[in-house]
Ligand binder design. Structure first.
Ligand SMILES: O=C(O)c1ccccc1NCC(=O)[C@H](O)[C@H](O)COP(=O)(O)O
Length: 270
């Protein structure tokens, strides 16, 4: 990201906090649960591959959910989620590494660590199956290089979701060797959401890459729209967490995965 680029104050604050955060201690080494395999298994079972996100709050949420994240995770899996995303960013999203650790122990689906990782030491915080690297936030002063961070994450065993928002960022992700790419419908400069972003950018993602549509997906019609545009899977937070009304997370997930009430195996310990 060009340091002179205008971005929303909330995002600037997220980035400032991320720059300040250090890493963990010992180098993480993980044997990951395969994200593409989890998507294939769910699709083969006739459900929509959804990564359901545990996001207690966010700069754009109207409230906060204080339910136990492990309960939420189990409800999401019972509702047919193929994988989970857990915010570990503490200052703006109410997340923590400890939450991710507890959730990953309680479920057997792949778990994405959703955070704003800017340098290598920040990979050594907690075991996860997938970590997120956001193209837009890398390559500015004081951050790591995308290619180097991708390699560093893989050396630790992580799968890597490389998040993009434009065709140029997709090109950067592909050049860096990404094999799982997300297109975020939320513009992190303005925080506006437009599902047309995925439709515009998806054609630039090469075949063979696992492609995830992120943000702003609320309804089964939105899912059809993203799947028709080429999404292998959907990353959904707000519509499942329903921060202001605190509705039933399992039902919210089921509505979006198309899961039958009795067809889903519930969670097991790993
Ligand atoms: O969700 C936010 O308000 C937000 C604000 C600033 C930077 C990032 C933000 N979200 C990160 C995400 O990528 C979303 O949590 C994720 O894609 C799910 O989106 P949604 O289904 O719209 O909650």
């Amino acid at each position: 990201m060009d340091d002179s680029e205008e971005i929303a104050p909330a995002v600037q604050s997220i980035l400032d906090a991320a720059r300040e955060r250090g890493g963990g201690g010992d180098r993480v080494s993980v044997t990951p649960r395969s994200l593409p395999d989890a998507f294939d298994a769910v699709a083969d079972a006739g459900r929509t591959p959804v990564v359901a996100e545990i996001k207690p709050t966010s700069p754009t949420a109207d409230g906060e959910r204080t339910d136990d994240p492990v309960d939420l995770a189990q409800q999401m899996v019972a509702g047919g989620a193929a994988a989970l995303s857990v915010l570990t960013e503490p200052d703006h999203f109410g997340g923590s590494a400890e939450t991710l650790e507890r959730v990953r122990e309680a479920v057997d689906v792949p778990v994405l660590r959703k955070d704003f990782i800017l340098h290598e030491a920040q990979l050594d915080v907690v075991e996860a199956d997938v970590v997120l690297l956001i193209v837009r936030f890398l390559e500015a002063e004081g951050t790591g290089d995308l290619t180097d961070l991708l390699a560093a994450a893989r050396e630790r065993g992580f799968q890597v979701l490389v998040e993009t928002h434009t065709a140029a960022e997709v090109e950067q992700a592909v050049d860096a060797g990404a094999d799982i790419i997300g297109v975020n419908n939320r513009d992190l400069a303005e925080l506006a959401v437009d599902l047309g972003t995925f439709e515009a950018v998806a054609p630039d993602v090469p075949d063979g890459v696992t492609l995830i549509a992120e943000s702003g997906i609320q309804t089964p019609d939105d899912i059809t729209r993203m799947r028709d545009a080429g999404a292998d899977a959907l990353l959904i937070g707000s519509a499942i967490m329903d921060h202001d009304a605190a509705t039933d997370v399992e039902a919210n997930t089921r509505r979006l995965t198309g899961a039958d009430t009795d067809a889903i195996e519930t969670t097991t310990d790993t």
